[in-house]
Ligand binder design. Structure first.
Ligand SMILES: Cc1cc2nc3c(=O)[nH]c(=O)nc-3n(C[C@H](O)[C@H](O)[C@H](O)COP(=O)(O)OP(=O)(O)OC[C@H]3O[C@@H](n4cnc5c(N)ncnc54)[C@H](O)[C@@H]3O)c2cc1C
Length: 461
């Protein structure tokens, strides 16, 4: 029995339902539309079926079913990076929601979490134990999706990418085998998964190291957007001597005039410096003095437990229509800041919600022994810009993104897997030797290209 891949006529696939205890949704049935929704609401996914397995064994059954039926299989949790996948017609969308176990072992400082867990499921309980996770700017993305692409977070300059703090990955490969990939077992698979994304199997659980951390010194300085040039120049100059203990962001933020935005900032625009410091809070406060001396309108810096920084970046939690652009940048001179402000600052006409530079470098630039496919992130800064993309805004946002992207093009040094939200050949994210090794790993573990990843590695089959 097979599923019709014509999504308009697909009927309840009894075989799939018999295979798993988890939910199965097909077009035309209640629950299908809710299940196919994802974070970026401009993305219209219409898979032949959506499955929500509850165990690695159920995932294995679905893998075998998809292979036997000649369907592709796209694992997904939140759909934060669903845009490159397109409509998924004729594919099975495997939602990992139900794989939601969290287990934190404080003495060994390790967490093992199911593929359905988002960072918010781990950060708070870990923080209560005096431990921190290498999460990024939103607690809303899945631990697995974020980590398979690298994982550049608030501790990145000191501790590098999250992928290189992974100790084991439970994964169901295209042959239907449940594997526990580590440095010792299936080492090439373990290497490829840590940076090569969802190209090698369906990850069902991941085990990773936690940092021993009671407190961080963190917060944001808000200035009126009219001071964008002055503040971003000051922040950029400050980053030149910033130690690896601090990871910081300089950004222009335009809050939309929506009710979901807190009243004090609703509809207002700011230039911000956000930062997270490890180590001594007093030393961190001293380091912030030159930026504080600029006289921010609002200053939220404080010594806080790690859980408190999960929302520091103020990323939206509810699904939104949006479009984005990104580049890894090399060293920036003052002219780069001028170009950014001219393209996206006051007087530019930009309606972008956020235009940011994250300082990279430090541990992000050093490969550790045993690192995965994404051993390092080149460049000095990561640039990311985002704007609303409902039908009334899409064209304007696209033009604004083009303008600011072009302004920084002379400084481009590459792109980073997780920040690219459009179709791309994943080979571009890696040095040529790494890209070839990843393709060889894919040929071994997914020779028929069963897996449908957001950024695909290797030629289609
Ligand atoms: C608001 C926002 C803030 C962000 N901040 C950061 C940040 O600070 N640092 C950073 O590095 N990234 C950041 N990202 C990027 C984010 O890490 C990627 O979008 C990531 O892919 C999200 O993972 P997900 O599983 O939640 O998304 P999904 O769209 O559900 O998954 C993305 C892809 O991951 C793969 N995948 C997911 N789960 C599995 C699985 N179980 N098995 C196999 N493959 C799987 C699939 O190929 C899938 O297409 C941010 C994104 C957004 C939208």
């Amino acid at each position: 029995m097979s599923i019709s891949t014509d999504t308009s006529t697909a009927r309840p696939p009894a075989v799939l339902r018999a295979l798993i205890g988890g939910a199965v949704h097909v077009p035309g049935e209640p629950g299908y539309d809710a299940a196919r929704a994802c974070f970026n609401v401009t993305v219209d996914q219409r898979p032949a079926a959506i499955v929500e397995p509850r165990s690695a064994e159920e995932v294995a059954a679905i893998v075998k079913f998809a292979r036997a039926e000649g369907l592709r299989l796209a694992p997904q949790r939140t759909g934060h990076n669903a845009a490159p996948l397109g409509p998924l017609e004729g594919s099975i969308l495997l939602k990992t929601n139900a794989l939601d176990r969290v287990c934190i072992d404080a003495p060994t400082r390790r967490a093992r979490v199911g593929a359905g867990c988002r960072w918010e499921d781990v950060v708070a309980p870990a923080s209560e134990l005096g431990l921190a996770c290498l999460h990024g700017s939103t607690p809303d993305v899945s631990v697995v999706g974020y980590t398979l692409g690298g994982g550049m977070g608030w501790y990145a300059r000191k501790h590098g990418l999250a992928a290189n703090h992974v100790v084991a990955i439970e994964v169901v490969t295209a042959d239907g085998q449940i594997r526990w990939a580590t440095h010792e077992h299936d080492p090439e698979l373990f290497w490829a998964l840590r940076g090569g994304g969802g190209n090698f199997g369906v990850v069902t659980a991941i085990e990773f190291e936690l940092l021993p951390l009671e407190k961080v010194y963190a917060g944001a300085l808000f200035f009126p957007v009219e001071r964008a040039s002055e503040v971003l120049h000051a922040w950029h100059a400050w980053t030149a001597d910033a130690p690896e203990d601090v990871t910081s962001v300089g950004r222009i933020l335009q809050f939309p005039p929506l009710e979901i935005v807190p009243e004090p900032v609703r509809g207002k625009s700011f230039v911000l410096v956000e930062a997270v410091f490890l180590g001594d809070a007093e030393a961190a406060a001293r380091m912030m003095e030159p930026l504080r001396a600029l006289g921010p309108a609002m200053d939220t810096f404080a010594s806080v437990p790690p859980a408190a920084i999960a929302e520091l970046h103020m990323d939206p939690r509810d699904p939104v229509p949006y479009d984005s652009t990104h580049a890894i940048l090399g060293a920036l001179d003052a002219a780069a800041i001028d170009r950014l402000v001219e393209a996206a600052g006051p007087g530019s006409g930009s309606a972008l919600l956020s235009v940011e530079l994250r300082q990279a470098g430090g541990a992000l630039g050093r490969a550790v022994p045993g690192a995965g496919a994404v051993a390092t992130l080149p460049g000095e800064f990561a640039f990311f810009a985002v704007g609303g993309a409902d039908p009334t805004m899409a064209a304007k946002t696209s033009a604004d993104l083009d303008r600011v992207g072009s302004a920084l093009r002379p400084y481009e040094a590459g792109r980073y897997f997780n920040f690219v939200e459009e179709e791309a050949d994943a080979a571009e994210f890696f040095p040529p030797t790494v890209a070839r090794r990843l393709e060889a790993a894919r040929d071994t573990y997914d020779p028929t290209r069963l897996m449908q990843a957001n950024h695909e590695i290797g030629a289609a089959r």
